[in-house]
Write a new protein. Structure first.
Length: 282
């Protein structure tokens, strides 16, 4: 199947769309008093680790401890400066990914995920780095250092599972590239393995995660709408390597975007008693 390439005009339109989405997210975060709320959790949690205090183990999920070593800078900089650095790093990753995209399949992925990028922009959630690190890995996968981008995503369990699907796709379509990647991947997973066995609360968190996975709350935690951003990347890998018919690819991403939007509003209503009361008891 012939691959469909995109021009500079399409890239400029996409960059403009993401900038507009981020500005809307910034406005909504200020209006709804959520400015930097998720970034604050990440910042305070990392700081607590280095101060030997309680860290982010809220029920079914936690950060692996290597993540705290990567983010030791929080001890040196105030939260306001850290928030600025977060925005700079996030947008640098956006820039280096978008300026190098050439296939329409990647373009569709970005447009299909604009709603999720808006959610990340409202709360300044560092989880956007997970999706962006996967995209950087996809973009530079022919380089020996590409697996190390994954260290920006493997601090949670669900991205590791999502990468398993990506690995299988690469194994099937690009085995020769996989051979180049093996040393880097082995290095990354050695770091992750050590982190797994030295992270406080691993056993209890994994147990809680397994026990609650098939409950309503467990499904919501596992399949949170923002998490679709990285769960959808294996689908991007597949459409890119398989080079399916472009009309079919467009339909797939339109359906994905609609499901994400509807499911996102459903979760919002379910998780907000105030909004729920307003909608159903007014």
């Amino acid at each position: 199947m012939e691959k469909v390439y995109i021009g500079q005009r399409s890239i400029l339109i996409l960059i403009s769309s993401i900038i507009v989405i981020q500005l809307i997210g910034l406005a909504l975060s200020i209006i709804n008093d959520h400015f930097g709320s998720d970034f604050s959790i990440y910042y305070e949690n990392t700081k607590a680790f280095w101060l030997n205090q309680e860290t982010y183990q809220m029920g079914d999920f936690f950060y692996l401890n290597y993540f705290y070593f990567l983010n030791a800078w929080v001890l040196l900089l105030p939260k306001s400066i850290g928030l600025i650095l977060h925005l700079i790093l996030t947008n640098l990753m956006f820039y280096y990914i978008i300026k190098n995209i050439n296939l329409v399949y990647e373009l569709y992925w970005f447009y299909a995920n604009l709603f999720l990028i808006l959610i990340y922009s409202i709360t300044f959630n560092t989880d956007i780095w997970i999706a962006l690190s996967f995209l950087l890995f996809l973009k530079y996968r022919r380089r020996w250092y590409s697996p190390f981008f994954l260290l920006l995503s493997f601090f949670k369990i669900t991205p590791i599972l999502a990468f398993g699907l990506i690995f299988l796709i690469i194994l099937y379509y690009e085995r020769e590239i996989l051979i180049k990647l093996l040393p880097g991947l082995m290095g990354v997973f050695i770091i992750i393995g050590i982190s797994f066995f030295t992270s406080t609360g691993l056993i209890s968190s994994v147990t809680n995660f397994g026990n609650s996975l098939f409950t309503d709350m467990g499904i919501i935690v596992f399949f949170q709408p923002p998490h679709f951003c990285w769960w959808s990347i294996p689908l991007l890998f597949y459409t890119k390597f398989k080079a399916i018919d472009i009309k079919m690819a467009k339909k797939v991403w339109i359906i994905y975007a609609c499901l994400t939007l509807f499911y996102g509003f459903y979760i919002l209503i379910q998780s907000s008693s105030v909004l729920s009361d307003y909608l159903f008891n007014s």
